[in-house]
Ligand binder design. Structure first.
Ligand code: PLP
Length: 374
């Protein structure tokens, strides 16, 4: 190991994998601004703006909308530790890696996870969910992943929530990859608890997890018989710092500069407009699809539920997956993702997320793949 150390200068990559995605230059500039105190009145004013901008991004009026000071997995934990008590039954839909993590969260909270399983690469089936709801009238919640990053599938969040509500269940949604990239309407679709990440379609730095809880979810938290087992993620305590009004109490030292960055990326989203952002992700996805098809490559997910921001591409036979990805990274500074779990070696995952979703990147990626596959 070297005994001399110097500053780390990262290579300039183009991030077209499953995340993190490229970060807007304005967001990196915001990150580099001087740190101020996390109880400074000016910082508190910024926190209020972050909450309003997140309400816009999530399309919600939920008061309890804020970023957790840790990545998407912490947002996931925040939702489950607050809503699931020992013995609670939660129906968890699984059609990829991240549904599996939801199940583990339920079980670690002492809850009982009833799984609704669909093949990886297919959508969660409404009829299977209905069967599970019929068979488990005492279920407290239904949980599912909106955008399954491991496969490139968009689950029908609106229909899944509508069905769950017919059985009086709370709805828990993973929107780590969907927020900002796919249509998402928290209030209209009756989502009770949702978590996301900053490093995908928001094109912010990794390390924060926006969450939102509906009034019904708050009621469920207030009705708990046992204290939330996580001190750091207990929403009641967190809200002492993030809640309304000028009087905020210290809970933990907020990641001040990362919050400048999130504010900047949400401003960019607001200025572009949500609808425009969803449309841009779709347009660039279609352009990538047509470029890949010209190379003889095909997408692995059915057209009607393909994610525009995460494209699973079948790896042709006799092609060495790892060699292609290594060549793209080393010779083209281009990162694309490998398949996960059962899809390892079978698909590449090409992300077009946030500011990385643009025509220049589509062309660059298609041309680089063309060269490398020759
Ligand atoms: N859920 C989904 C759908 C994801 O894609 C990811 C990360 O890729 C996570 C949860 C976990 O987020 P993080 O890696 O920020 O902890």
């Amino acid at each position: 190991m070297s005994t001399t150390f110097s500053s780390f200068i990262p290579p300039k990559r183009i991030l077209m994998g499953p995340g993190p995605s490229d970060v807007y230059p304005q967001v990196l500039q915001a990150l580099a601004r001087p740190t101020i105190g996390h109880l400074d009145p000016q910082f508190v004013a910024l926190m209020d703006e972050v909450k309003s901008l997140l309400q816009y991004a999530f399309q919600t009026k939920n008061e309890l909308t804020m970023p957790i000071s840790a990545p998407g997995s912490a947002g996931m934990e925040a939702v489950f530790v607050n809503l699931v008590e020992p013995g609670d039954k939660v129906i968890v839909c699984q059609n990829g890696v991240f549904g599996g993590r939801m199940q583990q969260n339920v079980e670690r909270c002492g809850g009982v996870a009833i799984t609704v399983e669909d093949e990886w690469g297919k959508q969660t089936s409404l009829s299977k969910l209905q069967e599970a709801l019929e068979a488990n009238p005492d279920a407290k919640a239904v949980a599912f992943v909106h955008a399954e990053t491991s496969t490139g599938v968009l689950n029908d969040a609106e229909a899944l929530c509508k069905l769950a509500k017919e059985y009086n269940c709370l709805t828990i949604v993973d929107a780590v990859t969907s927020l900002g990239g796919s249509e998402l309407k928290v209030d209209e679709w009756q989502i009770d608890a949702i978590y996301s990440g900053t490093q995908k379609c928001l094109s912010c730095v990794p390390g924060l997890s926006p969450v939102s809880f509906s009034p019904l979810a708050i009621e469920a938290i207030k009705a708990r018989k046992t204290p939330v087992q996580s001190w750091f993620l207990d929403m009641d305590l967190v809200m002492g710092y993030w809640g309304k009004g000028a009087k905020r109490a210290y809970h933990h030292t907020a990641p001040v500069n990362s919050l400048y960055a999130l504010h900047e990326s949400l401003l960019i989203l607001k200025n572009e407009g949500l609808q425009e952002s969803w449309k841009r992700h779709q347009t660039n996805h279609l352009s990538l699809k047509s470029g890949l098809e010209k190379l003889g490559l095909e997408l692995a997910v059915d057209e009607q539920y393909r994610l525009p921001q995460l494209n699973s591409v079948r790896i042709p036979e006799h092609i060495d997956d790892a060699e292609v990805r290594a060549k793209l990274l080393n010779d083209y500074n281009l990162e694309i993702g490998a398949g996960l779990g059962g899809l390892a070696g079978k698909v590449w995952r090409i992300g077009l997320m946030g500011c990385a979703s643009n025509q220049k990147n589509v062309d660059y990626c298609v041309n680089a793949l063309n060269d490398v596959l020759k």
